[in-house]
Each structure stands twice: as C-alpha cells, then as structure tokens.
Write a protein that binds this ligand. Structure first.
Ligand SMILES: *Cc1c(COP(=O)(O)O)cnc(C)c1O
Length: 386
C-alpha cells in the first residue's frame, strides 16, 4: 500500500497497527500472553514468529518497528535484534556452519570483523577478506559450492569507501548481505539492486537520538524466518522500549538525514582548502573516487565525513582538546555532532598494516554531523584546527 508513496512519506505511514486509533505506538512491555485452550497454546508455541505467546518469539511493539523497516527497505519482512552486533551474529550463525566460507570486506565495522575472525573462525567458519571498493573483488574470492555468504558494508567506516551494489546483487550462489547502517534505509536500498539481506545498527541513524541499542535485518520472508528460527535460540531479542524509540526515530528519519547529509557536504566542501587539512572524504564531494557510484546508488552522500589532518597524530590530539560544540564520542547518526579518532578508538585493534589497508591514518578524524546549524559546526571545526 505505502509503496506508492515517496520515501519520506513511507517513513510516516509505515509500521502502523490497523486495529489501533492511537497515533503513537503502544509500548508492549509484556513478556507473556495467555492462551485459551491447548489447541491455541500449541499454535502459539509451534508457529513461526507467533504473536502474543512469549516476547522472545515476537512482541507487538517490536513487530511494528520491523514492519516499518521492511516497508522502507522494500522488503517482504524484517527482524529486529538487541543491537547491530546481535543482527550480524544472528545472520552469520543462522546461515553458516563449520566448513563454510564467507567473503567479507576489510573495510568492516570493527565488531563485525572481530566476530568473523574470532568466534566464527573458532567454529570453523572461514573468512576471506577483500577490498570492497575494488571492482570484481568479491566475485573473485567466491569459491563455488563453499562460499555461503558475502558480507559487505557501504558506505564503509571510517573512510566512506563504497561497494557497488549492482555488482554484489549480480553474484550467484552465496547469500549476499549489506550492512547499510551509514546510509540508513532512506539513503539507499540494497535490495533494489538484487542483494538478499540488508542490515542496520538501528542504534545509529534509525533510532537517531543516542537512546536505543537496536539492530534490524530485512529481506525475503523465507530468509527472515530462517534467521528467526536461529535467533529465537540465540536470544539477542530487542527491548520493546528500544523498538519504540526506533519507530519514533523512523518518523523523523527523512528530515534528520536530509539536514545532516546537507550539513556534512557543506562542512566537507568548506574544509577542502583549509591548510591544516590533508584530505576530506565524503561520497557527495565531486573529488571522491567513487562519486559517480554514489550518485547511482545513494539518495544522498550520508551524514559522515572523514578528515585527515596535515599535522598527523599531534594535530588530531590538539583538535580534540580544542573542540567546544563537537562531542568526543564514537557513535553516529544522533542529534549532536560527534568526533572520534579511529586510530585510537574504533580501529585501535588493527595492526599498522591493516590500518593502512583500510585507510585509517594517525591524523584521521571521523565526524558524525548532527542537527546543529552547519555554520556553527564548521566554526567550531575551524577554530579547533587553529
Ligand atoms: C555500530 C555499528 C554496528 C554495530 O551495532 P551495535 O548496535 O553497536 O551493536 C555494526 N555496523 C556498523 C556499520 C556500525 O556503525
């Protein structure tokens, strides 16, 4: 029904309960529902995602959030988790077994990379890492009959390299999964390019207010049901309260991301010629090496920028000591502009060689542009640059 609407309108109409006249979703805190009879109890206990049985199986507030994300992603269904990592772990472990092979990109969220290289390796799931922005890299690493999954992240963290979604969607054999957190469901739609599953850390832009820890996966119903069958045992079940905040975030997602992406591009442009800045990365800049790809597959260039300071680590330290409006914190997608130093925080576990490979330099700062007036954000940055 809501497919006839523009994305901004979909974000308003999606995930409503037809039976309720309440405009705001109800918070179903209940963990358990009563059954009428043995027949009814059996139906609830054995059904896939049975409603009104037990909250780890399904919860009405969580279901509304899932339906809203499914609508925005153009998916048949979606399933939410207690965090983005809950989503990543459940997707990989529901589909991969000992002896299976995964192809992933080096430019992954550090937690996802650590999960593949730690627990997955221990369980006998082997991972090959490729450079996701290099054309043909994923296809080349796929081993026919053995590669169960291809896992990509675009835009990637922190340098904002892109993966060609058409290329990923054209792969035959493995299940293709895209972590689309940095784009949000309004920034791009991987499923439209033939990718099987899209996942988000809804902790970031979707919930958007730094007050919910939440993950979500969307795709064909058969895949989502299979992920549910595993995840109901894994137990990374989202809190209904966080799902409520996720749904509230979706209602304002369009205005927030439009403002933040515009501000990010404004700041990125303004910093290009600053003598203290060696490089600025944002997919919306004409100088970004994948700017044409960004225009093909993204509705906007995203709300993040990466800035490499000419003075290296010392300049980064000085910058972080001087900021007043910007907050020194690692998350993204919220109302406040955040700045972090990937080399000592999000990417601290990488060897110097690995860090160089994913483009993390000593002078690099990652900035999540917030909802402030962009001229104030820029003024604080320029003052901190000195
Ligand atoms: C934050 C993040 C995750 C992990 O999400 P959590 O909600 O922190 O578990 C995964 N992928 C990306 C791209 C992220 O930014």
């Amino acid at each position: 029904m809501s497919d006839q609407h523009q994305p901004a309108t979909q974000a308003i109409v999606a995930g409503r309960t037809p039976a309720s006249s309440s405009l705001a979703p109800a918070l179903w805190a209940s963990t358990v529902w009563e059954s009428d009879s043995l027949v009814d109890a059996r139906r609830r206990a054995t059904g896939t995602r049975a409603q009104e049985f037990y909250s780890r199986y399904a919860n009405p507030t969580v279901r509304q959030f899932e339906e809203a994300v499914a609508t925005l992603e153009g998916a048949e269904d979606a399933i939410a988790f207690a965090s983005g990592m809950g989503a990543v772990a459940s997707v990989v472990l529901s589909m991969c077994s000992a002896g299976d092979h995964v192809v992933a990109q080096r430019q992954l969220y550090a937690g996802t990379l650590a999960f593949l290289q730690g627990p997955c390796a221990r369980f006998g799931i082997e991972t090959t890492l490729v450079d996701g922005h290099v054309p043909g890299a994923f296809a080349e690493a796929v081993r026919p009959g053995r590669t169960m999954m291809v896992l990509a992240e675009t835009p990637s963290n922190p340098r904002l390299d892109l993966v060609d979604l058409d290329e990923l969607g054209a792969l035959r054999g493995p299940v293709t999964v895209v972590d689309s957190t940095l784009a949000t469901p309004l920034g791009q739609r991987p499923l439209d390019h033939g990718v099987h599953l899209v996942l988000h850390s809804a902790t970031k832009g979707i919930a958007g207010h730094n007050d919910a820890t939440l993950g979500v996966v969307a795709g064909e119903k058969d895949y989502i049901d299979a992920i549910w069958a595993y995840s109901v045992l894994h137990g990374a079940t989202p809190s209904p309260f966080d799902a409520l905040n996720g749904l509230r975030g979706i209602r304002t997602l369009s205005v927030r991301t439009t403002h933040q992406a515009g501000s990010a591009l404004f700041v990125a442009h303004a910093l290009l010629d600053h003598p203290g800045v060696a490089a600025v990365h944002h997919p919306g800049l004409p100088g970004h090496p994948q700017h044409d790809l960004a225009k093909r597959q993204m509705r906007h260039g995203g709300t993040m920028i990466a800035v490499e300071l000419a003075g290296g680590l010392e300049a980064a330290e000085r910058f972080l000591a001087r900021v007043q409006l910007l907050h020194r914190a690692t998350s993204l997608g919220g109302p406040e502009t955040l700045v972090c130093h990937p080399a000592t925080t999000t990417h601290a576990s990488l060897t110097p060689d690995e860090a160089a490979h994913v483009g993390v330099t000593a002078g690099m700062l990652r900035i999540s542009v917030g909802l402030e007036d962009p001229t104030d954000v820029l003024r604080d940055i320029v003052r901190a640059l000195g």
